[in-house]
Design a protein around this ligand. Structure first.
Ligand code: PLP
Length: 411
């Protein structure tokens, strides 16, 4: 037999596209992917990713936790485990959530492999082709990706300084009476960095009750608050209809792919079924490591440290923007989280300008990426301030400012 026979490279591919399910054709954002490739060049200062600061990862503590887990509970850690999640970790999370006024039983919690998986499972349970779902515009890019795959029909309301403009919801819901849920990012919105005050949360709940809608509360950043007081989670205001998601990605490390969902028990049971089809369960080993870290108080200390460092990075970015950006630009002042949202003058289309910015060795995510129909955000960009060190933030914004001023002066 010829050695190359049967090798995948030696055959002519069939027309795979024509073999795929209808929904698969919406599982793309090729323009965005292509654009982000531009940002992967050497020496670039990237404000594009939603990445935590890697130099702060608690690597030594993870190392110790690995040893503890393998020495003390190795057989369990390496075995299959329950879909619902590792009980001791869920006990820790139930206790932690109670500090935010969320009192739940372990049966209300499901461990998932990242909030992103949670969003996908929610799509699997709730979205038929053409089902209307409500979100802000802009909204989290990963939710758009996850729910596009289920052929969701995104109905959107704009954001203002207090988050989703909930007063626009009734007319939108009257026009789309089959809507299934409202997706909301009340703390330090991704991409806008905005936080929803309590009055608006209450109004949102009122509307959800009036129209009998579920609420998906996505809260990866709530613990990363740099100023002001915590605000009551929507789950606490409407525990009968809210599905709450949070994650260890931003407080410990995204590489462990560990997050949790809090929801009414009937929904947790459904999510468990959906998760069994996806991956049986989230890694026991990882859950036990996270549990070891949490129980030893390391998470608490680590979050404290992250708050200090990220607050400084946020301030550095705010100061650098004020110093270097053209006068006609503006930006949000996030009280926490990882992002701010900048608005550029009319002459700058952020999708087009990205090429100029990357040529100047600085990157961001253009605003259109956060609009489900990709129509909007032409004069906006998301900037991440957690990943780069302060001197890099300053240098990156300086480069951006110069490139933008040059563009405004006619290239
Ligand atoms: C709003 C929002 N939801 C969900 C996720 C996904 O988080 P995870 O890493 O837990 O999948 C992110 C990550 O950036 C996010 O910003």
């Amino acid at each position: 037999m010829d050695a190359s026979e049967g090798m995948i490279t030696s055959v002519e591919n069939i027309d795979w596209e024509s073999h795929l399910a209808e929904r698969t054709h919406r599982m793309k954002s090729s323009v965005i992917r292509e654009l982000l490739k531009l940002t992967m060049v050497p020496d670039i200062i990237s404000f594009a990713g939603g990445l935590p600061a890697p130099e702060l990862f608690p690597i030594r503590e993870f190392d110790e936790a690995c040893h503890h887990v393998l020495q003390n509970e190795g057989e369990r850690a390496l075995q299959y485990g329950p879909t619902e999640g590792h009980r001791p970790l869920k006990e820790f999370l139930a206790e932690k959530m109670s500090k935010y006024g969320i009192w739940v039983e372990l049966e209300n919690i499901l461990m998932v492999s990242g909030s992103q998986q949670g969003l996908d499972l929610i799509g699997k349970l709730f979205i038929d082709p053409g089902t209307s779902i409500i979100s802000s515009r802009p909204t989290y890019l990963g939710a758009i990706q996850a729910w596009n795959a289920y052929q969701a029909h995104f109905c959107t309301v704009p954001l203002d300084d207090d988050g989703m403009c909930v007063d626009e919801l009734p007319s939108l819901l009257d026009a789309n009476p089959d809507s299934r849920f409202i997706y909301v990012l009340p703390n330090f919105h991704n991409p806008a960095g905005i936080t929803m005050p309590i009055d608006r949360r209450k109004r949102l709940v009122e509307i959800a009750r009036q129209y009998d809608l579920a609420i998906i509360e996505d809260d990866p950043y709530g613990e990363l608050r740099y100023e002001g007081e915590d605000i009551t989670p929507i789950f606490r205001l409407a525990p009968e209809r809210t599905i709450y998601l949070s994650t260890f990605s931003k407080t410990l490390a995204p590489g462990i792919r560990l997050a949790w969902i809090v929801a009414p028990k009937p929904i947790i049971q459904r999510l468990v079924q959906a998760k069994q089809g996806a991956d049986l369960h989230t890694s026991m080993f990882i859950q036990m490591i996270a549990n070891d870290i949490c129980k030893r108080g390391i998470l608490r200390q680590h979050v404290k440290r992250l708050r200090q460092v990220y607050e400084q990075r946020r301030d550095t970015m705010l100061d650098a923007l004020a110093e270097h950006m053209p006068a006609e630009t503006s930006w949000t002042h996030p009280k926490g989280g990882l992002f701010l949202w900048a608005s550029t003058p009319d002459q700058i289309d952020t999708r087009v300008f990205l090429e100029k910015a990357t040529a100047a060795k600085v990157a961001y995510v253009p605003g259109f990426a956060f609009y489900p129909d990709e129509k909007g955000g032409s004069h906006s960009m998301r900037l991440n301030f957690s990943n780069a060190r302060e001197e890099m933030i300053n240098e990156g914004i300086y480069r951006m400012g110069i490139a933008m001023k040059k563009e405004l002066a006619g290239g």
